[in-house]
Design a protein around this ligand. Structure first.
Ligand SMILES: Cc1cc2nc3c(=O)[nH]c(=O)nc-3n(C[C@H](O)[C@H](O)[C@H](O)COP(=O)(O)OP(=O)(O)OC[C@H]3O[C@@H](n4cnc5c(N)ncnc54)[C@H](O)[C@@H]3O)c2cc1C
Length: 397
């Protein structure tokens, strides 16, 4: 252990994965999470090889495999007649090409694998950070129970409404995208008659798209139904949704979409936000990672994957350095991470237009491009092939 003391604020996917990377780098790391017993929302998550390769290095390969579904590919279908517009391989092809699998998880399963790998005494629940500051020799995090933690580095992994980001750069709200997602999990026995394959299916149509894939070892079908809505005036950013309301947005869409929507007992409604890439992530010895600094729309399935990459690069930058070198190391961390995450944020934003095109010339052009897809997608190679620990040889993006 090099003795660098690191405080991570936030025990979500990004914070816990970063803690595992920092422990491996010899840091004395502690995670402070506002929720007493943190779990994840009842929904699925896709994790691409750029993230799973890092988690494998942290010794999690068996635990992940036991809880994952390994999809065969990604299929794009047309909203009304169900025609297959494009197909990409995942499964063996992705694992052989990138040296790590593409997985689907229930989010709670993924988080429990990460937290179980963290020594219990390093995860502190029920601690909400309210302020951060610099001290003469380090950084300070202040919590709502009155406690104060001094360390060499503070990392804000506290999500899109980050208190650490606000403390560093002021209160600037994320951007409402005009997209609202309904999410749900359907027991597979209710959908057995559809003979659905183990793959990601993305239905694209005017003003929306609808993604579904299996999670929990294949016991549940997860869906994310994205619609365009003008307003989001609630204080909370997620809420219980109404299945009939969701179905109305998919009026005229293929019967399979309606069967999946109708097979859940409840649905949750999420307003989708992102941010324009930030100019800076760090001040002195305090930095950010994950949604705290680069929240993105989920249309490349990269938000959590990028937060895992952040943790790996941060740990590399903090390996074997003296406390007096921390500020310089955080500049290096930002230099490596910002161009890549900004490019992915903006590409994900762009997909909200192309996924939702009304029928017409632009949609036909998009469909013609997708029809040319086959095998492994070269478009994804720079995302999936990236190694966030290999700073010397990697391209930024
Ligand atoms: C519909 C949808 C689908 C998605 N699908 C995918 C996908 O398939 N693949 C993918 O890679 N990404 C996906 N994402 C994105 C992904 O969910 C996020 O990018 C990821 O969860 C961010 O992780 P994080 O740890 O940075 O933040 P969070 O998950 O938000 O975790 C932040 C943690 O900090 C805690 N916290 C907050 N404030 C404080 C405080 N003041 N003090 C202490 N603790 C605090 C919170 O309780 C929470 O535990 C999706 C997102 C959405 C909305």
């Amino acid at each position: 252990m090099n003795g660098l003391k690191v405080t991570v604020v936030g025990g979500g996917i990004g914070g816990t994965a970063a803690a595992l990377a920092l422990l491996r780098a010899g840091c004395d790391v502690h995670v402070y999470e506002q929720v007493v017993n943190k779990t994840e929302v009842g929904a699925g998550i896709q994790l691409s090889p750029n993230a799973t390769r890092l988690l494998h290095r942290y010794g999690l390969a068996d635990a992940l495999r036991n809880r994952a579904v390994r999809p065969l590919g990604i299929e794009i279908r047309r909203w009304d007649d169900g025609r297959i517009l494009g197909r990409e391989d995942l499964g063996d092809a992705a694992e052989n090409a990138y040296g790590a699998p593409y997985y689907h998880f229930h989010r709670a399963d993924l988080l429990s694998v990460l937290t179980a790998a963290l020594p219990a005494e390093r995860l502190h629940g029920g601690r909400r950070c309210i302020d951060v500051s610099q001290t003469a020799t380090g950084a300070r995090a202040v919590f709502d129970d009155g406690s104060v933690i001094d360390s060499d580095v503070v990392v804000g992994a506290d999500g899109i409404h980050s208190a650490v980001r606000k403390s560093l750069f002021g209160d600037e709200r994320p951007r409402f995208s005009g997209n609202v997602a309904y999410r749900g999990l359907a027991p597979v026995e209710r959908l057995a008659h559809l003979n659905l394959k183990h793959q990601t299916t993305n239905w694209m149509g005017p003003g929306g798209h609808f993604v579904h894939y299996f999670v929990s070892g294949g016991r549940y079908m997860n869906f994310v139904a994205v619609t365009e809505q003008d307003n989001w005036d609630r204080e909370s950013w997620n809420d219980r949704g109404d299945i009939a309301e969701a179905k109305r947005y998919y009026s005229g869409w293929h019967p399979q979409v309606h069967e999946i929507l109708g097979a859940v007992d409840e649905t949750f409604k999420w307003a989708l936000f992102d941010r324009t890439p930030l100019a800076s992530w760090s001040v002195g010895r305090v930095t950010l990672l994950g949604d705290a600094c680069h929240p993105m729309l989920p249309y490349l399935a990269q938000g959590a994957a990028q937060s895992i990459e952040d943790g790996a690069t941060l740990a590399r930058c903090l390996t074997d350095i003296a406390s007096s070198d921390v500020e310089r190391a955080l500049v290096t961390y930002e230099t490596w991470r910002k161009p890549r995450t900004a490019a992915i944020q903006l590409a994900a934003r762009g997909n909200s237009t192309s996924f939702h095109l009304p029928d017409g010339a632009e949609q036909q052009k998009r469909d013609a491009q997708m029809a040319a897809w086959s095998g492994l997608s070269p478009r994804r190679a720079s995302i999936f092939g990236f190694d966030a620990e290999r700073l010397e040889t990697a391209e930024f993006v």
